[in-house]
Design a protein around this ligand. Structure first.
Ligand code: AHR
Length: 329
């Protein structure tokens, strides 16, 4: 009798293990262990450009493409980005991507990443580092050239409307002070303006790359200087704020005051088509696929170019309507 029970018990275990083995033939559920883990220390959400940049990363670094993205929004604060990078190191991610708020102050935390053997890729803004080996590659826009292009556009435009011999009172809305986007654009603009004796730079002040602050600073410029001819806004959103401030004092943006901005987001095209913005110097935010390409090359043991500029164009009221339908951001 005992032997019969034992036989039945063995039979039960064999049968149930066969059922289990049959189940195991199904594809194993994804554990995530073979995904490449990428930590992205993003600046914040201060502008349309930034939103497009975040979206580019979120749509590229997805499981279907073999990635797990850990995203951190630093709310425009360097200390938050440093904390985020330390968290990424603790989580032992495969790659760290940083869009640095400002250029300086990164050596210590990047050395920590290097000691942990985690490659760092810079996106968008650059860092000023004493040791260039602290990052593998950078991808972004040429901010100095953008600044330079903006003044070249103004020179050409004034000539085309027969105003190149008029004196021009100019104000400059700057981005976040110390960010490479601000440093490069300001340098390009200031050096470009200095070449023309008709140009007078009345004032420059940061609008922190936000629409609200851009509007606030423009309001104070308009109070201090009632005869402004040209505004350079170091991004589109500050230009949108400036447009509102100009309208509020009864002037016509794009006519009474020439406005030149940077980024060339879709709303900038709407404003150029409406005649309120004169020109937008492109800064391309779609870095997700470019960073993914760098990672794929590194994964295969390849080498990548250290500095990778993206191609950027200049748009104005003459070409805005034709180019608008194909704009990706
Ligand atoms: O670093 C790129 C700049 O940052 C963009 O011009 C601006 O819109 C953003 O906030």
């Amino acid at each position: 009798m005992k032997k019969q029970w034992l036989f039945l018990l063995v039979l039960f275990f064999v049968a149930s293990s066969m059922v289990f083995a049959g189940g195991a033939k199904e594809p194993a559920p994804a554990t995530g262990s073979d995904l490449i883990v990428v930590g992205y220390a993003q600046v914040g959400a201060e502008s349309d450009w930034r939103t497009a940049n975040t979206e580019s990363f979120k749509s590229t670094f997805v499981e279907a493409n073999g990635y797990k993205l850990i995203f951190d929004d630093a709310q425009q604060k360097q200390e938050n980005q440093i904390k985020a990078i330390r968290n990424f190191i603790q989580q032992d991610v495969d790659y760290i991507v940083v869009a640095p708020v400002v250029e300086t102050g990164w050596e210590t935390v990047l050395q920590e990443a290097k000691n942990a053997g985690i490659p760092v890729i810079l996106s968008d803004r650059q860092m000023k580092l004493s040791d260039e080996s602290l990052y593998v590659a950078w991808v972004g826009g040429n901010f100095l050239k953008e600044g330079d292009d903006s003044v070249t556009w103004l020179n050409t435009y004034l000539k085309s409307v027969g105003r190149d011999n008029e004196d021009m009172n100019i104000v400059l809305l700057q981005g976040t002070i110390g960010s490479s986007a601000q440093v490069g654009r300001t340098q390009g603009i200031v050096e470009g303006l200095a070449k023309n004796p008709h140009y007078k730079l009345l004032a420059r002040q940061t609008g922190e790359f936000t629409q609200a602050k851009g509007q606030e600073v423009m309001e104070s410029f308009l109070k201090a200087y009632p005869d402004i001819d040209v505004v350079f806004a170091e991004n589109d959103n500050m230009a949108f704020g400036a447009i509102d401030a100009i309208k509020a004092v009864g002037k016509v943006p794009g006519k009474d005051i020439i406005i030149i901005s940077f980024d060339a987001v879709r709303e900038a095209f709407n404003k150029m088509i409406a005649g309120e913005l004169n020109a937008a110097i492109e800064c391309n935010p779609l870095h997700g696929p470019r960073v993914a390409e760098i990672i794929q090359t590194l994964e295969k043991g390849g080498t990548v170019a250290k500095i990778q500029y993206v191609v950027e164009e200049v748009f104005d009221q003459a070409n805005a309507a034709a180019r608008f339908p194909t704009r990706m951001y």
